[in-house]
Design a protein around this ligand. Structure first.
Ligand code: DLL
Length: 433
Protein backbone atom coordinates (compact mmCIF):
# COMPACT_ATOMS: atom_id res chain seq x y z
CA UNK A 1 0.00 0.00 0.00
CA UNK A 2 2.99 2.28 0.42
CA UNK A 3 6.22 2.66 -1.52
CA UNK A 4 8.18 4.02 1.41
CA UNK A 5 6.10 3.13 4.44
CA UNK A 6 8.44 4.61 7.01
CA UNK A 7 8.44 8.09 5.52
CA UNK A 8 4.88 8.12 4.19
CA UNK A 9 3.50 7.34 7.65
CA UNK A 10 5.92 9.25 9.88
CA UNK A 11 4.08 10.63 12.92
CA UNK A 12 3.84 14.40 12.67
CA UNK A 13 6.39 15.29 15.37
CA UNK A 14 8.99 13.09 13.66
CA UNK A 15 8.02 14.47 10.24
CA UNK A 16 8.42 18.03 11.51
CA UNK A 17 11.80 17.21 13.00
CA UNK A 18 12.94 15.88 9.61
CA UNK A 19 11.56 19.00 7.93
CA UNK A 20 13.39 21.38 10.23
CA UNK A 21 16.70 19.61 9.84
CA UNK A 22 16.40 19.50 6.05
CA UNK A 23 15.16 23.09 5.87
CA UNK A 24 18.16 24.33 7.83
CA UNK A 25 20.57 22.40 5.60
CA UNK A 26 18.86 23.80 2.48
CA UNK A 27 19.08 27.36 3.80
CA UNK A 28 22.79 26.94 4.47
CA UNK A 29 23.22 25.58 0.98
CA UNK A 30 21.43 28.36 -0.87
CA UNK A 31 22.91 31.12 1.29
CA UNK A 32 26.40 29.87 0.54
CA UNK A 33 25.94 29.04 -3.15
CA UNK A 34 23.29 31.28 -4.70
CA UNK A 35 24.02 35.03 -4.73
CA UNK A 36 20.30 35.77 -5.20
CA UNK A 37 19.45 34.21 -1.82
CA UNK A 38 22.35 35.85 -0.06
CA UNK A 39 21.14 39.22 -1.31
CA UNK A 40 17.45 38.75 -0.56
CA UNK A 41 18.09 37.22 2.88
CA UNK A 42 20.55 39.97 3.77
CA UNK A 43 18.09 42.59 2.62
CA UNK A 44 15.36 41.07 4.80
CA UNK A 45 17.84 40.93 7.69
CA UNK A 46 17.57 37.16 8.12
CA UNK A 47 20.00 34.33 7.63
CA UNK A 48 20.01 30.57 8.00
CA UNK A 49 20.89 30.95 11.69
CA UNK A 50 17.61 32.80 12.34
CA UNK A 51 15.52 29.79 11.38
CA UNK A 52 15.24 27.69 14.53
CA UNK A 53 11.67 26.47 14.16
CA UNK A 54 9.42 25.69 11.20
CA UNK A 55 7.42 28.81 11.96
CA UNK A 56 10.54 30.89 11.42
CA UNK A 57 10.21 30.08 7.73
CA UNK A 58 7.78 33.00 7.59
CA UNK A 59 10.64 35.42 8.19
CA UNK A 60 12.11 34.58 4.80
CA UNK A 61 11.23 36.40 1.59
CA UNK A 62 9.26 34.74 -1.21
CA UNK A 63 10.76 33.57 -4.50
CA UNK A 64 8.74 34.16 -7.69
CA UNK A 65 8.72 33.08 -11.31
CA UNK A 66 10.02 36.55 -12.10
CA UNK A 67 13.08 35.88 -9.92
CA UNK A 68 13.71 32.74 -11.94
CA UNK A 69 13.35 34.72 -15.13
CA UNK A 70 15.80 37.35 -13.92
CA UNK A 71 18.41 34.69 -13.32
CA UNK A 72 17.84 32.90 -16.64
CA UNK A 73 19.06 30.32 -17.36
CA UNK A 74 21.17 28.96 -14.47
CA UNK A 75 21.42 31.82 -11.95
CA UNK A 76 19.47 30.09 -9.18
CA UNK A 77 21.31 26.78 -9.42
CA UNK A 78 22.91 25.79 -6.12
CA UNK A 79 25.10 23.04 -7.59
CA UNK A 80 27.97 23.42 -10.07
CA UNK A 81 27.09 22.51 -13.67
CA UNK A 82 29.33 19.44 -13.46
CA UNK A 83 26.83 18.00 -11.01
CA UNK A 84 23.73 18.78 -13.06
CA UNK A 85 22.64 15.70 -15.00
CA UNK A 86 19.30 16.89 -16.41
CA UNK A 87 17.72 20.16 -17.48
CA UNK A 88 13.99 20.80 -17.94
CA UNK A 89 12.09 23.99 -18.67
CA UNK A 90 8.59 25.43 -18.77
CA UNK A 91 7.07 28.64 -20.10
CA UNK A 92 7.88 31.89 -18.37
CA UNK A 93 6.22 35.26 -18.71
CA UNK A 94 8.24 36.12 -21.81
CA UNK A 95 9.43 33.99 -24.68
CA UNK A 96 12.14 32.66 -22.38
CA UNK A 97 11.32 29.53 -20.43
CA UNK A 98 11.90 28.89 -16.72
CA UNK A 99 14.88 26.55 -16.43
CA UNK A 100 15.46 23.89 -13.78
CA UNK A 101 18.44 21.59 -13.22
CA UNK A 102 18.67 18.28 -11.38
CA UNK A 103 21.62 16.55 -9.78
CA UNK A 104 21.74 12.74 -9.87
CA UNK A 105 20.37 12.74 -6.33
CA UNK A 106 17.50 15.04 -7.36
CA UNK A 107 16.54 12.65 -10.17
CA UNK A 108 16.69 9.80 -7.70
CA UNK A 109 14.47 11.64 -5.23
CA UNK A 110 11.99 12.55 -8.00
CA UNK A 111 11.81 8.91 -9.13
CA UNK A 112 11.06 7.86 -5.56
CA UNK A 113 8.35 10.50 -5.11
CA UNK A 114 6.75 9.53 -8.42
CA UNK A 115 6.92 5.86 -7.40
CA UNK A 116 5.22 6.77 -4.10
CA UNK A 117 2.63 8.67 -6.13
CA UNK A 118 1.93 5.67 -8.35
CA UNK A 119 1.37 3.47 -5.31
CA UNK A 120 -0.85 6.11 -3.74
CA UNK A 121 -2.94 6.05 -6.94
CA UNK A 122 -3.31 2.28 -6.68
CA UNK A 123 -0.61 1.20 -9.15
CA UNK A 124 1.90 -1.56 -8.39
CA UNK A 125 4.72 -3.66 -9.71
CA UNK A 126 3.39 -5.70 -12.61
CA UNK A 127 1.28 -2.84 -13.94
CA UNK A 128 1.71 -1.79 -17.57
CA UNK A 129 1.87 1.97 -17.45
CA UNK A 130 0.93 3.77 -20.65
CA UNK A 131 2.62 7.13 -20.32
CA UNK A 132 1.10 9.70 -22.67
CA UNK A 133 2.54 12.78 -20.94
CA UNK A 134 4.85 14.61 -23.34
CA UNK A 135 8.53 13.66 -23.28
CA UNK A 136 10.93 16.57 -23.70
CA UNK A 137 11.56 19.78 -21.83
CA UNK A 138 8.16 19.32 -20.19
CA UNK A 139 8.59 17.36 -16.95
CA UNK A 140 5.49 15.17 -17.36
CA UNK A 141 6.88 12.44 -19.62
CA UNK A 142 10.27 11.74 -18.06
CA UNK A 143 9.01 12.38 -14.52
CA UNK A 144 6.32 9.71 -14.76
CA UNK A 145 8.68 7.44 -16.69
CA UNK A 146 11.41 7.30 -14.06
CA UNK A 147 8.82 6.85 -11.32
CA UNK A 148 7.22 3.93 -13.14
CA UNK A 149 10.61 2.25 -13.53
CA UNK A 150 11.44 2.85 -9.87
CA UNK A 151 8.17 1.22 -8.94
CA UNK A 152 9.17 -1.78 -11.02
CA UNK A 153 6.22 -1.50 -13.40
CA UNK A 154 6.49 -1.81 -17.20
CA UNK A 155 6.37 1.64 -18.71
CA UNK A 156 5.36 2.36 -22.30
CA UNK A 157 6.98 5.69 -23.26
CA UNK A 158 4.25 6.90 -25.66
CA UNK A 159 4.46 10.67 -25.19
CA UNK A 160 1.51 12.74 -26.46
CA UNK A 161 -0.23 12.79 -29.83
CA UNK A 162 -0.87 10.16 -32.49
CA UNK A 163 -4.15 9.19 -30.88
CA UNK A 164 -5.01 6.21 -33.07
CA UNK A 165 -1.71 4.59 -32.28
CA UNK A 166 -2.14 5.27 -28.56
CA UNK A 167 -5.41 3.36 -28.61
CA UNK A 168 -3.97 0.45 -30.59
CA UNK A 169 -1.02 0.13 -28.21
CA UNK A 170 -3.18 0.28 -25.10
CA UNK A 171 -5.35 -2.47 -26.53
CA UNK A 172 -2.56 -4.72 -27.83
CA UNK A 173 -0.13 -4.22 -24.95
CA UNK A 174 -2.77 -4.59 -22.27
CA UNK A 175 -2.07 -1.27 -20.50
CA UNK A 176 -3.46 -1.17 -16.97
CA UNK A 177 -2.53 2.39 -15.95
CA UNK A 178 -2.87 5.53 -18.07
CA UNK A 179 -0.95 8.74 -17.40
CA UNK A 180 -1.83 11.88 -19.39
CA UNK A 181 -3.71 15.16 -19.02
CA UNK A 182 -7.38 14.76 -18.07
CA UNK A 183 -8.54 16.47 -21.27
CA UNK A 184 -6.45 14.15 -23.44
CA UNK A 185 -7.92 11.09 -21.74
CA UNK A 186 -11.43 12.18 -22.74
CA UNK A 187 -10.27 13.10 -26.21
CA UNK A 188 -8.82 9.61 -26.68
CA UNK A 189 -11.96 7.92 -25.38
CA UNK A 190 -14.12 9.88 -27.79
CA UNK A 191 -11.79 9.41 -30.73
CA UNK A 192 -11.92 5.67 -30.03
CA UNK A 193 -15.69 5.70 -29.94
CA UNK A 194 -15.81 7.43 -33.32
CA UNK A 195 -13.85 4.51 -34.67
CA UNK A 196 -16.36 2.16 -33.14
CA UNK A 197 -14.13 1.13 -30.25
CA UNK A 198 -15.28 1.29 -26.65
CA UNK A 199 -12.49 2.43 -24.32
CA UNK A 200 -14.25 0.73 -21.47
CA UNK A 201 -13.15 -2.60 -22.90
CA UNK A 202 -9.48 -1.84 -22.25
CA UNK A 203 -7.73 -3.28 -19.23
CA UNK A 204 -7.13 0.18 -17.77
CA UNK A 205 -7.77 0.24 -14.05
CA UNK A 206 -6.29 3.58 -12.97
CA UNK A 207 -5.69 6.93 -14.68
CA UNK A 208 -3.28 9.46 -13.19
CA UNK A 209 -4.24 12.85 -14.52
CA UNK A 210 -2.81 16.32 -13.98
CA UNK A 211 -0.77 19.19 -15.46
CA UNK A 212 -3.94 21.25 -15.95
CA UNK A 213 -7.00 22.17 -13.90
CA UNK A 214 -9.98 19.82 -13.91
CA UNK A 215 -13.08 19.32 -11.79
CA UNK A 216 -15.03 16.68 -9.89
CA UNK A 217 -17.58 16.72 -12.71
CA UNK A 218 -14.83 15.93 -15.19
CA UNK A 219 -13.60 13.13 -12.94
CA UNK A 220 -17.09 11.63 -13.07
CA UNK A 221 -17.15 11.84 -16.84
CA UNK A 222 -13.69 10.30 -17.23
CA UNK A 223 -14.44 7.46 -14.83
CA UNK A 224 -17.64 6.72 -16.71
CA UNK A 225 -16.20 6.91 -20.22
CA UNK A 226 -12.89 5.16 -19.50
CA UNK A 227 -14.04 2.78 -16.80
CA UNK A 228 -11.14 3.43 -14.44
CA UNK A 229 -10.38 5.22 -11.18
CA UNK A 230 -9.24 8.76 -12.05
CA UNK A 231 -6.63 10.20 -9.69
CA UNK A 232 -5.50 13.84 -9.50
CA UNK A 233 -1.74 14.45 -9.56
CA UNK A 234 -0.13 17.85 -9.07
CA UNK A 235 3.30 19.24 -9.71
CA UNK A 236 5.25 22.01 -11.34
CA UNK A 237 8.61 22.02 -13.00
CA UNK A 238 10.02 24.73 -10.74
CA UNK A 239 9.53 22.51 -7.68
CA UNK A 240 10.33 19.17 -9.37
CA UNK A 241 7.70 18.16 -11.95
CA UNK A 242 4.80 15.72 -11.51
CA UNK A 243 4.51 13.99 -8.14
CA UNK A 244 4.71 16.93 -5.72
CA UNK A 245 1.25 15.91 -4.50
CA UNK A 246 -1.28 13.20 -5.36
CA UNK A 247 -4.57 11.80 -4.17
CA UNK A 248 -4.74 8.38 -2.58
CA UNK A 249 -7.09 5.88 -4.14
CA UNK A 250 -8.61 5.04 -0.76
CA UNK A 251 -10.02 8.51 -0.08
CA UNK A 252 -9.73 10.62 -3.25
CA UNK A 253 -10.16 13.56 -0.88
CA UNK A 254 -7.31 15.98 -1.37
CA UNK A 255 -3.76 15.47 -2.62
CA UNK A 256 -1.07 14.33 -0.17
CA UNK A 257 1.92 16.61 -0.52
CA UNK A 258 5.20 14.80 0.19
CA UNK A 259 6.10 16.81 3.25
CA UNK A 260 9.43 15.15 3.94
CA UNK A 261 10.64 16.93 0.76
CA UNK A 262 8.41 20.00 0.47
CA UNK A 263 7.06 22.43 3.06
CA UNK A 264 3.71 23.83 1.95
CA UNK A 265 2.17 27.11 3.11
CA UNK A 266 -1.05 28.80 2.05
CA UNK A 267 -0.91 32.57 1.82
CA UNK A 268 -3.22 35.41 0.99
CA UNK A 269 -2.05 36.28 -2.55
CA UNK A 270 -2.51 39.99 -1.90
CA UNK A 271 -1.02 40.49 1.58
CA UNK A 272 1.38 37.54 1.57
CA UNK A 273 0.18 36.59 5.07
CA UNK A 274 -0.03 32.94 5.98
CA UNK A 275 -3.60 31.59 6.12
CA UNK A 276 -5.03 29.05 8.54
CA UNK A 277 -5.76 25.41 7.82
CA UNK A 278 -8.80 25.10 5.55
CA UNK A 279 -8.61 28.65 4.20
CA UNK A 280 -8.26 29.03 0.46
CA UNK A 281 -5.24 30.91 -0.86
CA UNK A 282 -2.05 30.63 -2.86
CA UNK A 283 0.19 27.61 -2.40
CA UNK A 284 3.79 28.44 -1.48
CA UNK A 285 6.36 25.63 -1.46
CA UNK A 286 9.84 25.36 0.01
CA UNK A 287 11.94 22.45 -1.24
CA UNK A 288 14.04 20.88 1.50
CA UNK A 289 16.01 18.14 -0.25
CA UNK A 290 16.74 19.47 -3.73
CA UNK A 291 20.34 20.20 -4.65
CA UNK A 292 20.21 21.51 -8.22
CA UNK A 293 17.75 24.33 -7.72
CA UNK A 294 16.30 24.47 -4.22
CA UNK A 295 13.53 27.06 -3.97
CA UNK A 296 12.67 28.94 -0.81
CA UNK A 297 9.01 29.95 -0.34
CA UNK A 298 8.24 29.67 -4.04
CA UNK A 299 4.94 31.29 -4.98
CA UNK A 300 3.22 28.72 -7.20
CA UNK A 301 0.26 31.03 -7.97
CA UNK A 302 -1.99 27.99 -7.66
CA UNK A 303 -5.05 28.42 -5.44
CA UNK A 304 -5.90 25.68 -2.95
CA UNK A 305 -6.31 25.02 0.80
CA UNK A 306 -4.59 22.60 3.14
CA UNK A 307 -5.70 20.12 5.77
CA UNK A 308 -3.67 18.20 8.35
CA UNK A 309 -6.59 15.90 9.25
CA UNK A 310 -5.57 12.24 9.35
CA UNK A 311 -6.45 10.33 6.19
CA UNK A 312 -7.95 6.85 6.00
CA UNK A 313 -5.02 5.69 3.86
CA UNK A 314 -2.66 6.05 6.82
CA UNK A 315 -0.35 8.58 5.18
CA UNK A 316 0.48 11.37 7.60
CA UNK A 317 1.33 13.95 4.96
CA UNK A 318 -0.97 16.99 4.69
CA UNK A 319 -3.48 17.20 1.88
CA UNK A 320 -4.17 20.09 -0.47
CA UNK A 321 -7.54 20.39 -2.17
CA UNK A 322 -7.98 20.25 -5.92
CA UNK A 323 -6.48 23.37 -7.51
CA UNK A 324 -9.28 25.84 -8.15
CA UNK A 325 -7.45 28.41 -10.23
CA UNK A 326 -4.46 30.70 -10.31
CA UNK A 327 -3.68 34.05 -8.79
CA UNK A 328 -2.14 35.23 -12.07
CA UNK A 329 -3.38 35.14 -15.65
CA UNK A 330 -1.53 32.02 -16.81
CA UNK A 331 -3.59 29.83 -19.12
CA UNK A 332 -2.92 26.14 -19.68
CA UNK A 333 -3.76 25.26 -23.26
CA UNK A 334 -3.35 21.59 -24.12
CA UNK A 335 -0.86 21.33 -21.33
CA UNK A 336 1.21 24.29 -22.52
CA UNK A 337 1.48 27.18 -20.07
CA UNK A 338 0.76 30.47 -21.80
CA UNK A 339 0.67 34.01 -20.46
CA UNK A 340 -1.32 36.60 -22.46
CA UNK A 341 1.73 38.86 -22.19
CA UNK A 342 3.77 36.35 -24.20
CA UNK A 343 1.30 36.54 -27.08
CA UNK A 344 1.26 40.31 -26.77
CA UNK A 345 5.01 40.54 -27.09
CA UNK A 346 4.88 38.46 -30.27
CA UNK A 347 2.10 40.59 -31.74
CA UNK A 348 3.85 43.89 -31.10
CA UNK A 349 6.83 42.66 -33.07
CA UNK A 350 4.73 42.11 -36.19
CA UNK A 351 4.33 44.83 -38.80
CA UNK A 352 0.74 45.81 -39.62
CA UNK A 353 -0.97 44.55 -36.45
CA UNK A 354 -2.18 46.71 -33.60
CA UNK A 355 -1.61 45.84 -29.92
CA UNK A 356 -5.33 45.21 -29.46
CA UNK A 357 -6.11 41.57 -29.13
CA UNK A 358 -8.40 39.06 -27.53
CA UNK A 359 -7.68 35.43 -26.73
CA UNK A 360 -10.62 33.08 -26.94
CA UNK A 361 -10.15 29.69 -25.37
CA UNK A 362 -12.68 26.92 -25.95
CA UNK A 363 -12.80 23.21 -25.43
CA UNK A 364 -13.96 21.27 -28.48
CA UNK A 365 -14.14 17.48 -28.39
CA UNK A 366 -12.21 17.68 -25.12
CA UNK A 367 -9.27 19.49 -26.65
CA UNK A 368 -8.47 23.10 -25.95
CA UNK A 369 -8.52 25.54 -28.85
CA UNK A 370 -7.10 29.03 -28.89
CA UNK A 371 -8.26 31.79 -31.20
CA UNK A 372 -6.24 34.97 -31.28
CA UNK A 373 -8.26 37.93 -32.54
CA UNK A 374 -6.08 40.86 -33.42
CA UNK A 375 -6.72 44.20 -35.08
CA UNK A 376 -4.80 45.09 -38.20
CA UNK A 377 -4.08 48.64 -39.26
CA UNK A 378 -6.38 50.52 -41.71
CA UNK A 379 -4.00 50.26 -44.59
CA UNK A 380 -3.65 46.53 -44.34
CA UNK A 381 -7.29 45.88 -43.79
CA UNK A 382 -8.22 47.27 -47.20
CA UNK A 383 -5.57 45.06 -48.77
CA UNK A 384 -6.17 41.92 -50.72
CA UNK A 385 -7.46 38.91 -48.90
CA UNK A 386 -4.32 37.00 -49.86
CA UNK A 387 -2.15 39.46 -47.95
CA UNK A 388 -4.33 39.10 -44.89
CA UNK A 389 -4.28 35.35 -45.10
CA UNK A 390 -0.55 35.19 -45.28
CA UNK A 391 -0.29 37.56 -42.31
CA UNK A 392 -2.54 35.27 -40.25
CA UNK A 393 -0.43 32.24 -41.12
CA UNK A 394 2.71 34.18 -40.22
CA UNK A 395 1.37 35.09 -36.78
CA UNK A 396 0.17 31.53 -36.16
CA UNK A 397 3.62 30.25 -37.01
CA UNK A 398 5.38 32.77 -34.77
CA UNK A 399 3.16 31.82 -31.84
CA UNK A 400 3.70 28.13 -32.49
CA UNK A 401 7.46 28.55 -32.79
CA UNK A 402 7.85 30.76 -29.73
CA UNK A 403 5.32 29.27 -27.36
CA UNK A 404 4.67 25.78 -28.71
CA UNK A 405 0.94 26.31 -28.84
CA UNK A 406 -1.22 25.93 -31.93
CA UNK A 407 -3.76 28.70 -32.47
CA UNK A 408 -6.03 30.19 -35.09
CA UNK A 409 -5.48 33.85 -35.83
CA UNK A 410 -8.46 35.97 -36.83
CA UNK A 411 -7.59 39.42 -38.13
CA UNK A 412 -10.27 41.95 -37.34
CA UNK A 413 -10.99 45.51 -38.46
CA UNK A 414 -9.35 48.39 -36.63
CA UNK A 415 -11.20 49.50 -33.47
CA UNK A 416 -13.47 46.47 -33.25
CA UNK A 417 -11.99 44.89 -30.14
CA UNK A 418 -13.69 46.36 -27.13
CA UNK A 419 -11.55 48.87 -25.26
CA UNK A 420 -11.59 48.75 -21.54
CA UNK A 421 -11.67 51.61 -19.08
CA UNK A 422 -9.89 49.62 -16.47
CA UNK A 423 -7.95 46.41 -16.66
CA UNK A 424 -8.00 45.21 -20.24
CA UNK A 425 -10.03 42.08 -20.78
CA UNK A 426 -7.66 40.00 -22.87
CA UNK A 427 -8.99 36.53 -22.33
CA UNK A 428 -12.35 34.88 -22.79
CA UNK A 429 -12.12 31.37 -21.40
CA UNK A 430 -15.20 29.41 -22.41
CA UNK A 431 -13.95 26.05 -21.19
CA UNK A 432 -16.36 24.44 -18.80
CA UNK A 433 -14.38 22.09 -16.67
O1 DLL B 1 2.46 20.45 -15.40
C1 DLL B 1 3.99 19.06 -14.13
C2 DLL B 1 3.02 17.93 -14.18
C3 DLL B 1 3.12 17.01 -15.19
C4 DLL B 1 2.04 17.80 -13.21
C5 DLL B 1 2.25 15.93 -15.24
C6 DLL B 1 1.17 16.73 -13.24
C7 DLL B 1 1.27 15.79 -14.24
P1 DLL B 1 4.42 22.76 -15.47
O2 DLL B 1 4.36 22.58 -16.94
O3 DLL B 1 5.54 23.51 -14.87
O4 DLL B 1 4.48 21.36 -14.75
O5 DLL B 1 3.04 23.41 -15.04
C8 DLL B 1 2.74 23.61 -13.67
O6 DLL B 1 0.36 23.32 -14.07
O7 DLL B 1 1.53 25.46 -11.47
C9 DLL B 1 -0.54 24.34 -12.15
O8 DLL B 1 -1.01 25.63 -12.51
C10 DLL B 1 -0.82 23.37 -13.28
N1 DLL B 1 -1.13 22.03 -12.76
C11 DLL B 1 -0.30 20.98 -12.64
N2 DLL B 1 -0.97 19.92 -12.12
C12 DLL B 1 -2.24 20.33 -11.87
C13 DLL B 1 -3.41 19.73 -11.32
C14 DLL B 1 3.53 20.33 -14.83
N3 DLL B 1 -3.45 18.47 -10.93
C15 DLL B 1 1.36 24.19 -13.51
N4 DLL B 1 -4.53 20.50 -11.23
C16 DLL B 1 0.97 24.31 -12.05
C17 DLL B 1 -4.53 21.79 -11.62
C18 DLL B 1 -2.33 21.69 -12.27
N5 DLL B 1 -3.46 22.40 -12.15
Amino acid sequence: MYFNEEFETLPRPALEAVQLKRLQATLERVYANVPFYKQTFDKAGVGPCNVNTLDDLQKLPFTTKQDMRNSYPYGLFAAPMEEIVRIHASSGTTGKPTVVGYTARDIDMWAELMARSFVSAGAHKGDIIHNAYGYGLFTGGLGAHYGAERLGASVIPMSGGNTKKQIMIMQDFGSTVLTCTPSYSLFMAEAALEDGFDFRKLKLRVGIFGAEPWSEAMRGEIEEKLNLAAIDIYGLSEIMGPGVAIECIQAKQGLHIWEDHFIPEIIDPVTGQRLAEGERGELVITTITKQGIPLIRYRTRDITSITYEPCICGRTHARITRMSGRSDDMLIIRGVNVFPSQIESILVGIEGVEPHYLLIVERQDNLDTLEVQVEVDERLFSDEIKVLQSLSRHIEKEIKDMLGVTCRVKLVEPRTIQRSEGKAQRVVDNRKL
